[in-house]
Design a protein around this ligand. Structure first.
Ligand code: PRP
Ligand code: ZN
Length: 304
């Protein structure tokens, strides 16, 4: 590969995101929550930044690391799986890493898993020896097989990996699993997880020097705030006053809870900013411990 030539005189930041697919909408929503807005081109491949000189390029996710490496785009939102796969193949063919993960983004969670036909009785990984495994992630799979000391044949497919066993092209597959619906629909079951993934912000290996470096810093700061707000929720409930010592340990992620005494000081009303996930399970636990009128509210803004 030829060395990247910096695009001279570009004074706008360009971010590559997936045009359609799992990460497309959440990526745009996250950037919009950082105060970015755009005017979309008629061919829907380019979004011109209106609120800030930050434009979007809508592309195939697999193209994003390459676009960053070549300097066509300055940043990208892509699955860690794609980034790591292409990083490994860059190492193998000697072109080296010219992009890196800057920030995990907390959405698009999935895992790279080996899946086998439902009819297999699964015991352990040694059953993969001598088998053909279809995947779009040959580097990650080969690395894992080598680490496990398993000799298997890697069958490279660029898409529709899940139908390979039925077509007789492979015995097993190694693919991304999110909800698991694709595997189930193809009579496959996941048996091993190789790699946990989520959407990440990717950028060039080297710092951006010009005005784009400043724009990138601004965006990273806003992203940090936007991600923090997303994780934060306001939790409110009431409970008998004497239950406070039982309830507080259930809120380890709460920031300085506000407790007010109500009903002639018999009961308490508590409100707390929680930074961890307030799952149904946690709410049920609080209810069992005596909390009533539980309410979880989104946070629109945070200023310490
Ligand atoms: C992955 C994978 C499966 C699907 C699994 O594709 O290749 O097709 O998601 O999701 P499920 O477990 O919820 O059914 P991805 O969205 O990454 O698209 P791409 O490979 O076409 O880029
Ligand atoms: Zn893809």
């Amino acid at each position: 590969m030829t060395p990247a030539t910096p695009v001279a005189g570009r004074d706008r930041l360009r971010i590559a995101i997936q045009k359609s697919g799992r990460l497309a909408e959440p990526a745009r929503a996250l950037l919009a929550s950082c105060g970015l807005s755009w005017r979309e081109s008629r061919d829907r491949l380019f979004c011109y930044g209106e609120s800030l000189p930050i434009d979007l390029l809508l592309v195939r996710d697999d193209d994003i690391p390459g676009l960053i490496a070549e300097g066509v785009c300055d940043l990208g939102i892509v699955g860690r799986n794609v980034l790591c796969e292409q990083d490994l193949s860059g190492k193998v063919n000697g072109s080296g890493a010219r992009f890196r993960e800057l920030q995990p983004l907390g959405f698009g969670g999935c895992r790279l898993a080996v899946a086998v036909p439902d009819s297999w009785t699964w015991r352990d990984a040694s059953q993969l020896a001598g088998k053909r495994i279809a995947t779009s992630y040959p580097q990650l799979l080969s690395k894992w097989l080598a680490e496990q000391g398993i000799e298997a044949q890697v069958v490279l497919l660029s898409g529709s990996v899940e139908i390979a066993p039925r077509l007789g092209q492979a015995d097993a597959i190694c693919d991304l699993v999110s909800s698991g619906a694709t595997l189930a629909a193809n009579q496959l079951k996941p048996v091993l997880t190789l790699f946990e993934s989520e959407a990440v912000l990717a950028g060039p290996a080297a710092e951006l020097e010009d005005v784009r470096g400043e724009l990138m810093e601004l965006l990273l700061r806003r992203l940090d705030g936007a991600l923090r707000i997303r994780r934060s929720k306001l939790l409110m409930f009431q409970a008998p006053r004497e239950l406070l010592p039982t309830l507080l340990p259930l809120l380890p992620d709460a920031e300085a809870p506000t407790v007010m005494l109500i009903d002639g000081e018999e009961r308490l009303a508590l409100q707390a900013l929680c930074h961890g996930a307030l799952t149904w399970q946690r709410l049920e636990e609080l209810k069992r411990a005596g909390a009533r009128g539980l309410m979880v509210l989104p946070v629109e803004g945070l200023l310490a």
